[in-house]
Write a protein that binds this ligand. Sequence first.
Ligand SMILES: Cc1ncc(COP(=O)(O)O)c(C=O)c1O
Length: 387
Amino acid sequence: MTIPFGRQARALFSLDPQGTFLNHGSFGAVPIPVQQAQQRWQAAMERQPDLFFRRLMKPAIRAAAEVLGPVVNVNGDDIAFVENATSAINAVLHSLTFRPGDEILITSTTYNTVRLAVVEVCKRSGATPVVVDLPLPLHDHQSVVARFAAKLSRQTRLAIFDLIVSPTAHILPVREMTKLCKQQGAHVLIDAAHGPGQVPLDIQSLGADWVTGNLHKWLFCPRGTAFFWAGPQVRDLTAPLAVSHWFEDGFPRSFDYTGTRDATAWLCVPDALSFIAEFGLEAMMAHNRTLVRDGIAKFAQLGARPTAEPGYFAAMLSMQLPTIGPASPEAAAFLLHEMWDQHRVQIAASVVEGALLLRLSGQIYCSLDDFARAAEALDALGWPGRP
Ligand SMILES: Cc1ncc(COP(=O)(O)O)c(C=O)c1O
């Protein structure tokens, strides 16, 4: 089967035919063949629960990890599955012991759930969260590295940073950032929630201690699927949040069973990869990158300005909408809701440092017409503070 990109590919998804979907980044979209694969696993689970949980599930999880390994350039046996990036990040935070005087480094654009988890761990342990400010617009990677270096210290126990920042969609120079941290003796956790399927991932080469990435965003897996890799130096200390039967097997098997739950989403990783193999991961990434770059040209007449040069984006791109004065979070909520309610266009919007940001995703089911429709809808709708 050859899958054509654009409008025709919509038939492979369950997306509302009336809608224009330019926000794949937030929650993904599961192709129908992958939904069907999960339904088959669920049917097997319901037909004979004991057989599924006691005998089928464990080898099937490990087989799925084996299939994923080469896609991110690690051994399948070094990969655990978790429900989402949030779970992996919390597992790291709780696997380390922090003391007063320790510092945990994050950035001003760290994803909110991650920031909250760091603040909570610091409250309990007496450690200090240290925030590296990453102002808009992004000019170059050197300035990111320099800002980061300025906040690193001998007290930094752990640094957490994104491969791709959520609200701005900027790709960060994670290899250089990791190198700096390692020179200071700090642990590194790379939050690649948006990585797999959006950019090529070579985990081995990054030099981090832990890397996690959602598979339910850009790799088309059912929701509740993320990978979690731990380097050999931290494997023994890396523990799941919920201790259960397979805990003593150590990483990654300790994560395979953390109490009874529906793990069928993970078992569909091979199906999602087979779906992508129909057109190729490289072709998909190239299509999405080109589409979103071409697509944002439709917004130029509204005064929207990309928050970085195109080279700093992959399949998502953020633009700043002009406003009189700083924008409020309500302005972003207005756009997010009213674009759908009034025009059936789904976008992502947020406010960063008072700037109203529109984030658009390219995906195989999107076309340039979708971007044109979104720009028309935005023009017709307007936004709070529009000059
Ligand atoms: C950078 C980053 N980290 C973490 C997350 C959390 O992902 P999840 O809700 O799947 O755990 C996201 C979600 O978009 C994200 O963009």
